[in-house]
Design a protein around this ligand. Structure first.
Ligand SMILES: Cc1cc2nc3c(=O)[nH]c(=O)nc-3n(C[C@H](O)[C@H](O)[C@H](O)COP(=O)(O)OP(=O)(O)OC[C@H]3O[C@@H](n4cnc5c(N)ncnc54)[C@H](O)[C@@H]3O)c2cc1C
Length: 400
């Protein structure tokens, strides 16, 4: 049995996988490039459906539920007329759903896995040599080591993927939109609400964080900004240019983005790979199949993918190739579904024209007012997950 497993990335997938591997007799080591778990530019993420079952089986559902974000209302500002208010859609219709700050979730997952795994913070893999019977890994700061398996759980811009499978461009599919997140002082006194604004080709949302001391802005826009978007100066300019003409209508001051220490900018992109395993190396979570940040339920997929991979490795004994192939096969329908969700939720989140921008908050309000059974059915038609965890484990996967 392959005992020593190196996992790159102490995010969602990395710690879920470390936990389940340790439960099943492996020795996981997790290397995380950051010196601590809390990232800059945090954001809320969603757990629903089967991912909640995984969290429950890890015994951490009370901690996760206790840390859920408490935004129970939505308020949509209008170009003309009074704001449209409603309860949160997910709170109204989702069967089991937890919205939680990503940093809170990674801390809870780390606390569950850390007693059973070695964690190395502030380091990263620089080279991977997949030899016969073992993988030799070089690190930026630590000494060279060998492992039985290496697993890239290092997110959308995975380094393991680049080192083993080649450049990101080969696998990245841009969905034609960008997102930006940053924090600013909550001087407007946002309470328990999310305030949003839809316009043609763009959308802006804000909500309180850090016990209301700060608020977070989330901006999404379509387009093709010019220049080198790896340059932070060009990134802030691209966001400002996209919203400058509607600045007065936005629910927060856009000027703050220049002063924010945690400004985040990225294209909304999916990772599409025919296979994400090679030799003794595989990928998990966003690194393998990101459905696109903020649009496709990547967190739930990361939790599910890590759980399935942990189970398949335990079942396969020494046959890691079979475990990797089984994992990809079992996850394939969910991955295919999550790829469809991104473009369709992007269409809803970022309206194509003024009419759609006018309609979107009204459609959302209607959904919250329909009988729960009806809105749940409509919501399910749009890709909401109604599977059970056992659909992914079949009779072969131990429940743990
Ligand atoms: C702005 C934004 C909003 C989002 N909103 C939502 C949402 O509403 N709902 C939802 O479900 N999902 C959302 N997502 C997506 C969600 O965050 C991801 O799908 C999820 O975090 C994927 O988990 P992961 O473990 O695969 O990757 P990540 O959570 O990205 O974790 C990767 C880890 O690897 C580490 N790492 C990276 N490179 C290296 C390296 N070279 N060496 C070592 N470690 C490394 C990182 O520091 C990180 O800790 C959003 C994402 C963003 C950016």
């Amino acid at each position: 049995m392959a005992h020593n497993v190196l996992i790159s990335g102490a995010g969602i997938a990395g710690s879920v996988l470390a936990y389940w591997l340790a439960q099943r007799g492996f020795n996981p080591t997790v290397v995380e490039k950051r010196s601590h778990l809390r990232q800059t530019g945090g954001h809320a993420v969603d757990l629903a459906g089967v991912s909640i079952e995984v969290i429950e089986r890890m015994g951490i559902l009370p901690a996760v539920s206790g840390a859920h974000v408490r935004h129970d209302r939505m308020v949509f500002n209008q170009r003309h007329g009074r704001p449209i208010e409603m309860p949160r859609l997910t709170a109204t219709i989702a069967d089991r759903h937890v919205e939680i700050q990503r940093d809170d979730l990674t801390e809870i997952l780390h606390a569950a896995a850390a007693p059973h795994a070695e964690y190395i913070f502030g380091d990263t893999i620089t080279a991977i040599t997949d030899g016969s019977g073992a993988v030799t890994v070089e690190f930026e700061n630590s000494a060279r080591r060998t492992f039985d398996l290496v697993i890239g759980a290092d997110g959308l811009h995975s380094r393991v993927r680049r080192l083993v499978f080649g450049p990101e461009d080969t696998y990245r599919h841009d969905l034609g939109a960008y997102l930006s997140v940053y924090s600013y002082p909550n001087t407007a006194g946002l309470g328990s609400e999310v305030v949003g604004y839809f316009d043609s080709g763009r959308a802006a949302f804000t909500y309180p964080v850090d016990d209301g001391r700060l608020a977070r802005a989330l901006l999404l826009f379509r387009g093709a900004p010019s220049g080198d978007l790896r340059d932070p100066g060009r990134q802030t300019r691209a966001v400002r240019d996209a919203f400058a003409d509607i600045e007065g209508q936005l629910p927060f001051p856009i000027a703050e983005l220049h002063e924010s220490e945690d400004f985040y900018f990225d294209s909304i992109s999916q990772i599409r790979m025919d296979t994400w395993s090679k030799g003794r190396v595989t990928l998990v979570g966003d690194a393998a199949h990101s459905p696109g940040p903020a649009v496709g339920g990547g967190t739930a997929m990361a939790v599910l993918g890590a759980y399935v991979l942990g189970g398949e490795l335990a079942l396969a004994g020494d046959d890691h190739a079979a475990a990797f192939a089984n994992t990809e096969r079992v996850l394939a329908p969910a991955v295919a579904q999550s790829r469809k969700v991104g473009p369709s939720s992007l269409r809803q989140l970022v309206p194509a024209n003024r009419l759609a921008a006018w309609l979107t908050p009204r459609t959302l309000r209607l959904l919250t007012r329909l009988p729960r059974r009806v809105s749940l059915a409509l919501f399910s038609l749009q890709g909401s997950d109604t599977s059970k965890l056992d659909d992914f484990s079949s009779e072969r996967l131990p429940v743990g």
